[in-house]
Design a protein around this ligand. Structure first.
Ligand SMILES: Cc1ncc(COP(=O)(O)O)c(C=O)c1O
Length: 390
């Protein structure tokens, strides 16, 4: 692993083993399913192509992601198209191509008038009060979520009525809900809402799309088996497994754990207050939103080292808060030592800013063999689409 740092590494066996656990849980508990890999979580081209080869659909939420799926060769009807910023052109094409399209807002209902008669089938995203069912666990406790049509205030009912008046078949419901906890309670609540909505509006559904938001690849957190079996218990009261597909859209659960970020110590300096260990990595590459309080890390160092009471491990950017962690009573670090951060595959590469340095190399590790799957961006790539001359 003596490559030029910093770089990310995708651990293929870990990725595939974890994914197998997911498919096994689905086969056991709802053997009529679709897994839509969430592009937004990490759309590195090798990754999206790999999930395609494993049989996943592409879960996309913008025209760019929708076009990206087509560009990497995803079969045209194996795309799930969600979210509020679809363009009219890509929306109409996706419906026409029989993609799984989940309507998020009124303008998309209006666009349905322009879909050719025989192809009219869509899903609808439901906005519901998850906080009421799982107190303290939702992301927006006081304000509620902003996606889809609100069940509680009657907007969902109005949307269903309008869609039916247009003689469009509602083939699915979409209930993705991001939570703070990713707990089993959340999925119990989502499944209950799916049953309630189906019964109340007499929907005859080809699919229930639960969305993503699961944990995966972490032994101390809920397992796929638990999530799916809980949903099976509830959904099977209102849905026939043979008729209605369960769609899930994992991102973090399948790509979070199997990616590491490898950095090197480039300098060590003492100030009046601290010892700073400067590295060629940055916090923005493993925690771009700077919301995490700790990271999974390990050290690669040679020889015996005395312990140092306090070292501040810092990133390369010129932002003062680019400090990754405080090492207390840790071996004294020296130039050339490596620090490896694990489980950094979700919402990192796709959110890393082009700040000071550009995108780093990405390697694929397969049984100890390494293969470059993205070459680092250089200034040439940075200027790629810019007009430099007047
Ligand atoms: C509609 C939808 N599906 C799937 C996901 C993936 O979620 P996660 O990466 O937490 O599994 C998200 C994340 O926001 C989402 O909005």
């Amino acid at each position: 692993m003596n490559f030029k740092t910093p770089f990310y590494v995708i651990h293929k066996n870990e990725l595939d083993d974890n994914y197998k656990k997911l498919t096994s849980a689905l086969e056991k508990h709802w053997n009529n399913y679709i897994i839509g890999y969430s592009y937004k979580t990490n759309a590195l081209p090798w990754i999206i192509k790999h999930f395609d080869s494993l049989g996943c659909y592409a879960e996309t939420v913008s025209e760019d992601e929708y076009e990206l799926a087509k560009l990497v060769g995803v079969t045209k009807n194996k795309i799930i198209y969600n979210g509020p910023i679809k363009t009219k052109e890509s929306f109409l094409e996706a419906v026409q191509n029989e993609c799984i399209v989940n309507i998020d807002s009124q303008r998309e209902i209006d666009w349905l008038d322009e879909v050719k008669e025989e192809k009219k089938s869509i899903g609808i995203r439901i906005n519901f009060d998850i906080e009421k069912m799982c107190p303290g666990q939702s992301q927006c406790p006081n304000e509620g979520g902003r996606f889809g049509f609100c069940y509680e205030n009657g907007e969902l009912g109005k949307a269903i009525k309008q869609i039916r008046e247009k003689k469009v078949n509602i083939s699915g419901i979409h209930l993705h809900t991001s939570s703070k906890t990713r707990s089993l309670d959340i999925y119990r609540a989502i499944a209950n809402v799916a049953c309630k909505v189906k019964e109340e509006f007499s929907l005859d559904l080809d699919y229930v799309d639960i969305g993503g938001g699961f944990f995966g690849g972490l032994s101390t957190k809920p397992q796929f088996e638990e999530y799916i079996s809980i949903m099976e218990d509830i959904l099977s009261k209102s849905f026939d497994k043979k008729k209605t597909k369960l769609i899930i859209e994992p991102g973090m659960a399948v790509i979070g754990a199997p990616i590491s970020y490898v950095t090197s110590v480039i300098d060590v300096k003492d100030t009046e207050f601290n010892r700073f260990v400067v590295t060629d990595g940055t916090r923005t590459s493993i925690d771009p939103l700077m919301t995490k309080s700790s990271y999974f890390y390990s050290l690669i160092i040679d020889g015996e080292r005395i312990v140092h009471p306090k070292q501040i491990i810092s990133g390369y950017t010129c932002m003062e808060h680019d400090r990754l962690f405080e090492g207390n009573n840790m071996p004294t670090l020296c130039i050339g030592d490596k620090i490896v951060y694990d489980k950094v595959g979700a919402y990192t590469m796709c959110l890393t800013p082009l700040f000071i340095k550009y995108f780093p190399d990405v390697y694929l590790e397969n049984n100890g063999e390494y293969q470059l799957v993205r070459k680092a961006w250089k200034p040439e790539q940075y200027v790629m689409n810019s007009m430099i001359e007047d």
